[in-house]
Design a protein around this ligand. Structure first.
Ligand SMILES: Cc1cc2nc3c(=O)[nH]c(=O)nc-3n(C[C@H](O)[C@H](O)[C@H](O)COP(=O)(O)OP(=O)(O)OC[C@H]3O[C@@H](n4cnc5c(N)ncnc54)[C@H](O)[C@@H]3O)c2cc1C
Length: 432
């Protein structure tokens, strides 16, 4: 028998478990550990609540969690409750699938002013992440700025612009729905350092903006090269650019605006105790396609600034770390220690991009410890003894199902669930 510990129950963790299960069958026990009693990582806490069809991927992960060789062990934080060297003593291999939960910083003056928040915080707030339940983003001003040119920036801008009615069928948490419903924000400016040809926004997410109930996107045609220049673009990007161009034809007849401001780099955030404006420098592309400041600046008024410029992984003691992720070579960090998903590659790609990561690392493990061979590690029994000695009470997959059932039973009409937004409420739901 082989014992494997996967740390993190997001997409990368689950795809790795699926791959290891296929490779080893009954010859392995696979434990998926998570710091929370609720699984699925950013499927629960990141993917937008009005994109329910994407969240349905968790049904596939349910099947993995329910299979005989796999256990979900929640409420255990690796690095705090148990260390990586301890896990390596207990398991044949340890796979870190802890994601990249921290916002990258802009690194400009004024970033610490009240009202400047990272997208991980804002997204966590509307998705019921317990660390951000008390965020209380300022929605009392008329203007917000979102910094970034990817889908997370679009998620933030869209959520700020939707009506209450448009959240029907979503699982946005009640506190966010109420706050957004009484929000005064009428203009959301999306700042992109480079131009329309450099966006990382995908066609589906952009297309949605043309059909919002109370908001209309706005672009400046002068930011676009001649239409023939779109021809050599990769097809997905070409579609995105053509959708962006089509925004020029939309009637500006709705009360809210989503303004795309390209070639715009924030250089300073100003305000008296809280954010009041962003000072932006106009940019142009240099020979390598990077943004170069032109020296021309202007200000964009805003009482809320959301930065959506990428994420980094949390370091874990005794695991080599550089550039916002664990140092690894094709997923291998050290002997019997691996990384997958965002912890391996950094915060890029879609949910599905994590699948080949997991399968590749599982293949590698299977070549180093061929199925049919055995080790002499204590596995989960040893882990439970160790945690017991430290007063840590892990939860299991049945506990998660109880939490989920309660969330579904508590759902407001039209919503698939009413998420708990406090760690202690998860524990109460399972009688702790
Ligand atoms: C705002 C946002 C929206 C997105 N929307 C989409 C979308 O619409 N479509 C799409 O395809 N992709 C989307 N993505 C990308 C997608 O969510 C990621 O590709 C994917 O979640 C990365 O998977 P992961 O398993 O590496 O990390 P995560 O999903 O972050 O999972 C990491 C897990 O590790 C756990 N963990 C962390 N630290 C520890 C620790 N020390 N001990 C134990 N457990 C720990 C966490 O609790 C979490 O469960 C979005 C991402 C974000 C940020």
């Amino acid at each position: 028998m082989r014992h494997f510990a996967i740390v993190g129950s997001g997409p990368a963790g689950f795809y790795t478990a699926e791959a290891l299960e296929k490779a080893y069958g009954e010859g392995a026990r696979i434990d998926i550990l998570d710091r929370y009693p609720v699984p699925y990582g950013l499927i629960r806490f990141g993917v937008a609540p009005d994109h329910q069809s994407l969240k349905a991927v968790s049904k596939r992960y349910d099947k993995v969690a329910e299979s005989a060789g796999v256990d979900f062990i929640g409420n255990v934080c690796v690095g705090r409750d148990v260390s990586v060297p301890e896990l390596l003593e207990l398991y044949d291999a340890v796979i870190l699938a802890v994601g990249a939960p921290h916002d990258r910083k802009l690194g400009i003056p004024g970033e610490d002013l009240r009202g400047v928040i990272g997208s991980a915080e804002f997204v966590g707030w509307y998705n019921g992440h317990p660390e951000f339940a008390d965020l209380d983003p300022p929605l009392d001003g008329a203007r917000a700025v979102v910094v970034g040119a990817g889908n997370v920036a679009l998620d933030c801008a869209r959520i700020l612009s939707k009506t209450r009615h448009e959240f029907e069928g979503s699982d946005i948490v009640g506190h966010a729905l109420e706050a957004l419903d009484s929000s005064s924000i009428r203009t959301v400016t999306i700042l992109g350092r480079r131009g329309p040809h450099q966006v990382a926004m995908t066609p589906k997410e952009l297309g949605e903006l043309g059909h919002l109930e109370a908001a209309v996107p706005e672009i400046e045609m002068a930011d676009f090269p001649p239409v023939e220049a779109d021809e050599p673009l990769e097809p997905g990007l070409r579609k995105s650019v053509s959708i962006l161009r089509s925004f020029a034809d939309l009637p500006q007849d709705k009360p809210k605006r989503m303004v795309f401001d390209f070639f715009a780099k924030p250089v300073r955030i100003e305000g008296d105790g809280r954010v009041e404006r962003v000072i932006v420098e106009r940019t142009e592309l240099d020979e390598k396609g990077s943004a170069r400041g032109t020296g021309e600046t202007y200000e964009v008024p805003a009482s809320l600034v959301i930065t959506a410029i990428g994420y980094s992984t949390s370091p874990i003691e005794e695991v080599p770390f550089a550039g916002g992720k664990f140092v690894n070579e094709n997923g291998r960090i050290a002997d019997r220690l691996y990384a997958v998903g965002w912890a391996r590659r950094g915060p890029t790609g879609t949910i599905g991009t994590n699948r080949p990561d997991g399968y590749e690392v599982a293949d590698r493990i299977a070549s180093e410890m061929p199925p049919g061979t055995s080790g002499d590690r204590a596995g989960v029994e040893g882990l439970k003894r160790l945690l017991d000695g430290r007063g840590v009470m892990p939860t299991d997959y049945d506990d998660w199902r109880k939490i989920e059932e309660t969330e579904v039973a508590n759902a407001r009409p039209g919503s698939p669930r009413e998420k708990f937004v406090r760690h202690e409420h998860w524990l109460q739901a399972i009688g702790r």
